[in-house]
Design a protein around this ligand. Structure first.
Ligand code: CP3
Length: 343
């Protein structure tokens, strides 16, 4: 039995004494303890070594006291397992030197056996569950097919992912084949994460907001829907599609227990669009954690009031920035944990 299961309760719509809290990308560069390991080991070495992934996953639980752990890994281990080379280059971010551009490139990717290619993730999950010793739940995750296609076609980060979009608009049949292959891999991958011990899963569609509502349905949500359909009856499933607030109603209709929102939508409006049967997660502007601590405390309380009691998991609207002082992240978490909604 978990000692702290308030996130699970909140995802089931059950009442809790206070709002639960965690932070997207909470295991990372703002923590000096992470930077020590980053000096010694390469990025994918940290992901692929269960002892390192476990240590990094536990850091924010031990240091800032969040209500859930999230597996230390990356969404790009899936394209890697499918056969593409992925490098993480300091100050440049992810680089895929041989991206998918045409039908011939399809022969270079496959739907892999996840136990064979991603077994290190499941080993890390088993170790993390043991080390967590039931303190808090563990969140597993994967990238949404659309967001992964963005990297697999563009070959690097981008503000617009115009090459990835052009690929979909000019070679739609090919695009859908790639999206389906990513979806099949992701269903197997998340199912195995749950089997290894993940208590919750989150699908990150970081670039969902680059698509208009119809393209979002066609290129992203229809594949997320397949993933959610398989996972939601195993563990609570959260969809975070940054910027895709226009589709909150269709995302709620997938049956996902949680929906992540960013800071560009008011909580009241997100609630109206999503309805009352789903838990909302978010939506503090990550850059606001650079404000003085009293400002953070005031703004976090305002956010909690705007969401109201129940069916809310406090989080950032996107990943924490590496420049955030630990004391500010701590203030964010503590303000949520100390706040009580008026009865
Ligand atoms: O949330 C967590 O703490 C768990 C770990 C996690 C990482 N990446 C570790 C990481 C998670 C959930 C991710 C997801 C991820 N990775 C996303 C979706 C969420 C989002 O932020 O939009 C995306 C788009 C990626 C791809 C990726 N990985 C990028 C663009 C980068 C470089 C830029 C950046 O933010 O650092 C990475 C590298 C990465 N993934 C780091 C970490 C801790 C930094 C690596 C380092 O330099 O130490």
């Amino acid at each position: 039995m978990l000692q702290n299961d308030i996130i699970l309760k909140t995802l089931r719509g059950e009442p809790t004494d206070r709002t639960p809290v965690w932070m997207m990308r909470q295991a990372g560069r703002y923590l000096p303890e992470y930077m020590v390991l980053r000096e010694k080991y390469g990025f994918f070495e940290r992901c692929q070594t269960p002892e390192l992934a476990c240590e990094i996953t536990l850091q924010p639980v031990d240091i800032v006291g969040v209500d859930a752990a999230i597996l230390f890994s990356d969404i790009l281990v899936v394209p890697q397992a499918m056969g593409l080379e992925v490098q993480l280059i300091e100050s440049k971010g992810p680089v895929l030197p041989d991206p998918i551009k045409n039908g011939n490139d399809l022969s270079r990717i496959r739907v892999p056996d996840v136990e064979e290619t991603l077994g290190y993730v499941f080993d890390a999950i088993k170790l993390i569950k043991k080390e967590l010793n039931n303190r808090v739940p563990l969140i597993g995750f994967a990238g949404a097919p659309w967001t992964l296609l963005c990297y697999m076609v563009q070959g690097k980060g981008s503000k617009t992912f115009d090459e990835a979009k052009a690929f979909c608009y000019t070679q739609p049949e090919l695009a859908h084949r790639v999206l389906q292959m990513i979806t099949d891999t992701t269903v197997a991958y998340l199912t195995a994460q749950v089997k290894a011990g993940a208590d919750i899963v989150q699908v990150f569609d970081s670039w969902g907001g680059l698509l208009g509502p119809e393209d979002f349905e066609n290129l992203s949500l229809r594949y997320i829907r397949q993933i959610v359909a398989v996972l939601k009856d195993k563990v609570p499933t959260i969809i975070f599609a940054k910027g895709a607030w226009h589709s909150l109603d269709s995302m709620a209709a997938t049956g996902a227990q949680g929906l992540g929102i960013d800071w560009c939508i008011r909580p009241e409006m997100a609630r109206q669009l999503a309805g009352n049967q789903v838990t909302l997660q978010g939506n503090f502007d990550p850059a606001k954690l650079l404000s003085p601590i009293p400002v953070i405390q005031k703004e976090v309380k305002a956010m909690l009031q705007a969401f109201g009691p129940g069916r809310h998991i406090a989080n950032l609207g996107h990943g924490i920035l590496p420049t955030v002082p630990v004391a500010h992240a701590q203030a964010f978490v503590d303000t949520v944990k100390n706040y009580r909604h008026p009865l």
